[in-house]
Design a protein around this ligand. Structure first.
Ligand SMILES: N[C@@H](CCC(=O)N[C@@H](CS)C(=O)NCC(=O)O)C(=O)O
Length: 202
């Protein structure tokens, strides 16, 4: 059984969502960022981690990609070297470009010590808007990032969309908004959130 390690409501949701999409059994190990428990799984103390037997993986995009590749028969991963390349390109885009302004703004608003905080708001707004325009072009008329098939890429992009909406970042694209609506209405995401709520209450 897989173990998904981290705090409910954090990037942990990417992992639980992915596991729900794959219909795999898992347990949630609750751990706060930089807690003793979290350092056992990730040298940086950051959330989330996945435990698969002796393998401990960190970094949400890598975890989702790994799971999709391992369970390729379930259709959420790459089916060829070319698809593997395209999925990795999407995942690097999602984390390095789309997520970066969201994460930097949050860090400077809530996480960093006061003396290190600066106002990255205008930069984050501009950068995020530019990457939404890129996302619109990259998606084109496709239902999902990889075409007609929902994959691990949509978990990571979708989670960025949920984050952006929660933090009231402007998403000035009808097609990207429709894409986020489509992806965020997946029953597997609702199940993942319910599992995290249960874990939170336990
Ligand atoms: N690249 C990592 C980033 C992990 C990360 O930054 N997680 C946040 C919580 S969602 C955290 O633990 N932050 C603590 C910190 O930045 O010090 C991933 O995608 O898993």
């Amino acid at each position: 059984m897989y173990k998904a390690v981290g705090s409910p409501g954090s990037r942990l949701t990417r992992v639980t969502w992915m596991l729900e999409e794959l219909d795999e059994t898992y347990g949630i190990v609750k751990a706060k960022q930089h807690s003793d428990v979290m350092y056992r799984y990730n040298p940086s103390g950051k959330i989330p981690a996945l435990v698969d037997g002796d393998l401990v993986l960190t970094d949400s995009a890598a975890i989702c990609f790994y799971l999709s590749d391992k369970h390729a028969d379930k259709g959420l991963g790459p089916n060829s070297v070319e698809e593997r390349g395209r999925m990795l390109s999407w995942l690097f885009f999602a984390q390095a470009e789309l997520e970066a302004p969201l994460w930097n703004k949050l860090k400077h608003r809530l996480i960093l010590p006061d003396e290190l905080r600066v106002d990255v708001g205008p930069w984050a707004k501009m950068e995020f808007g530019r990457e939404i325009a890129t996302l619109e072009k990259r998606l084109g008329d496709s239902e999902f990032a990889m075409g007609v098939r929902f994959t691990a890429v949509d978990v990571i992009l979708g989670h960025c969309g949920q984050w952006a909406r929660g933090a009231r970042f402007e998403i000035a694209s009808d097609s990207v908004n429709s894409y986020f609506d489509r992806v965020l209405s997946r029953p597997a995401l609702a199940r993942a959130k319910a599992r995290e709520e249960e874990a939170k209450a336990a």
